[in-house]
Design a protein around this ligand. Structure first.
Ligand code: SF4
Length: 328
């Protein structure tokens, strides 16, 4: 089966008066059909920027600096004109569920009218067809069709989020990227939203999902693979259960051990707190970016960035410990 999206050594920096903020700095990630790839990391690690970069939604002050984004059947998005990517890819092949569902809707437009506007503008669909498409998708996803006649402020936070997810998938995109889709929701609403994502995949409405969150416990309920980001880089990527049960990178270990609702494996190892703050991405540390906070840092870690080492099927780690035959 072909890989849906290959991100290879992707770099995207924000320009600022003080220089470049290296928000995404050499990210390599494959997304295969059937995958739910969780991207986890602390605030400011670059994961939200990555969500936009993966679909080449790059606008100043963000600048695409290098790398490839090979989308199956389309080619390298990084070299395509923005207008072409917008017309051929966004919504149709890759769709984004943005971080704030409320901001994604227009407060003065009813949900159904908003959908007609969007589909009319992007696809030149007439109102009747747009309405039929919306009704069918809402029914498929278990959303009351009456929701289409409501204003966003008449909906709960959870319902708004589910509406935004339904809108993002109206055109059956192959890849759905969701940026912190559960962060502002209570636990029972989170469960409904996760169920909706799983339904999208099992019903083949989408072929793969990239799910961005800081919450590893949430990811464990939905992700097949996990990528751990730190300071603009992927530190470890692998099958979800393998990474949770046998993390290798010291940052992955810290992140897993700091979850507030401990998973059984974490309970055994005990909770811990990761001292220090993430680095300033205007001037990231030399060598391994995690070295100022790493309890296992060695001399070489301060000098050269560690290579990416394969540990088995689909499991890769960027850390010198692996070369020493150790793990965290
Ligand atoms: Fe720690 Fe060195 Fe591994 Fe970086 S490369 S995580 S500093 S041991």
């Amino acid at each position: 089966m072909n890989t849906l999206l290959v991100a290879k050594d992707v770099k995207a920096y924000y320009s600022s008066p003080k220089g470049f903020v290296r928000a995404v700095d050499g990210v390599t990630l494959d997304i295969n059909p059937g995958d739910v790839v969780g991207v986890a990391g602390e605030s400011g690690c670059g994961k939200s920027t990555l969500s936009n970069v993966l679909m080449m939604n790059v606008q100043p002050p963000l600048k695409f600096v290098g790398g490839k984004l090979i989308l199956e059947g389309v080619g390298d998005l990084a070299v395509m004109e923005r207008q072409k990517v917008k017309a051929q890819v966004w919504g149709k092949v890759i769709a984004l569920v943005p971080q704030s569902a409320l901001n994604a809707l227009i407060p003065t437009r009813k949900v159904g009218a908003f959908i007609k506007d969007v589909l009319g503008y992007h696809l030149k669909l007439d109102a009747r067809k747009a309405s039929a498409l919306a009704q069918r998708r809402f029914q498929e996803l278990g959303l009351p069709v009456e929701t289409l006649a409501k204003y966003p402020h008449q909906l709960s936070g959870g319902m708004r989020q589910r509406v935004v997810i339904a809108i993002a998938t109206l055109l059956n995109p192959k890849l759905l990227i969701a940026d912190e889709p559960t962060s502002a929701l209570d636990v029972s609403t989170q469960k409904q939203v996760l169920k909706m994502f799983l339904h999208l995949k099992t019903e083949h409405i989408v072929r793969a999902i990239v799910f961005i969150t800081h919450d590893i416990a949430i990811l464990r309920q939905i992700a097949t693979r996990i990528a751990i980001m730190y300071a603009g880089k992927v530190m470890e990527v692998g099958p979800m259960e393998a990474v949770i049960q046998r993390p290798v990178h010291p940052y992955t270990c810290s992140l897993i051990r700091s979850v507030l609702t401990p998973e059984p494996e974490v309970k055994e190892r005990g909770l811990s707190h990761l001292a220090g703050d993430p680095p300033d991405l205007l001037q990231p540390p030399a060598g391994c970016r995690f070295h100022p906070r790493c309890p296992q840092s060695m001399a070489i870690c301060t000098q050269e960035a560690p290579p990416v080492v394969g540990l088995g099927k689909d499991h890769f780690v960027s850390c010198y410990l692996v070369l020493e035959g150790c793990q965290c």
